[in-house]
Unconditional design. Structure first.
Length: 193
């Protein structure tokens, strides 16, 4: 699950008290089953393992207090990250041994380790969904940007086109070579006399 409404109790659902993180990940679930929302009681009591919130002027206080407490004390979400798109700051917390959030310290590139995903979260500047800006993105352990689905498809298409172009060039080279051999051997392709 990437985003959407998250219902954690029937009371909360009835009151329409929505607590939909901007991004969340739940490990070991059937990702092929379409869902319009995540209802904990319909998912064998599974809460998100990782949550990322994008802060805004209107949500920052709630994201850093009310939601942080909810994710720590009720959801027991292993890792919680917040990104402030205005200041480009990332903050992260991981549940400690006592079940309390401990701050995740950034590496030398300002990225935060996400244990559950085996990735790093860092800021990236570029175009995404037709908007240019700086966005939080995932990086692998070697510091390489993890491609989005669209980026991976584009890379695959480009790679396949390059492969097809190479094969076409090789075929043209072989045909040319074969024609040259036939001409040298007196078989220029015309019928015998």
């Amino acid at each position: 699950m990437a985003s959407g409404f998250l219902y954690y109790s029937l009371t909360q659902a009835r009151k329409r008290d929505l607590r939909g993180p901007d991004f969340f990940f739940v490990d070991h679930v059937d990702g092929t089953r379409p869902r319009r929302w995540w209802a904990v009681w319909e998912e064998d009591g599974r809460y998100p393992d990782v949550i990322l919130e994008l802060l805004s002027e209107s949500t920052a206080k709630i994201d850093l207090t009310v939601k942080k407490d909810l994710y720590e004390q009720t959801f027991h979400t292993h890792e919680y990250f917040c990104c402030d798109p205005d200041t480009l700051q990332l903050k992260g917390w991981r549940l400690g041994k006592q079940g309390r959030y401990q701050a995740i310290h950034p590496d030398e590139n300002g990225r935060l380790a996400c244990e559950k995903l085996g990735l790093w979260i860092g800021m990236w500047t570029g175009s995404f969904l037709h908007a240019h800006g700086t966005f939080p993105r995932f990086y692998d352990g070697q510091g390489r940007l993890v491609p989005t689905h669209a980026e991976a498809e584009k890379h695959h298409a480009e790679t396949e086109k390059q492969r097809a172009d190479r094969l076409e060039a090789e075929l043209a080279r072989l045909k040319s070579r074969s024609s040259s051999k036939r001409r040298r051997n007196g078989r220029g392709g015309k019928a015998g006399k």
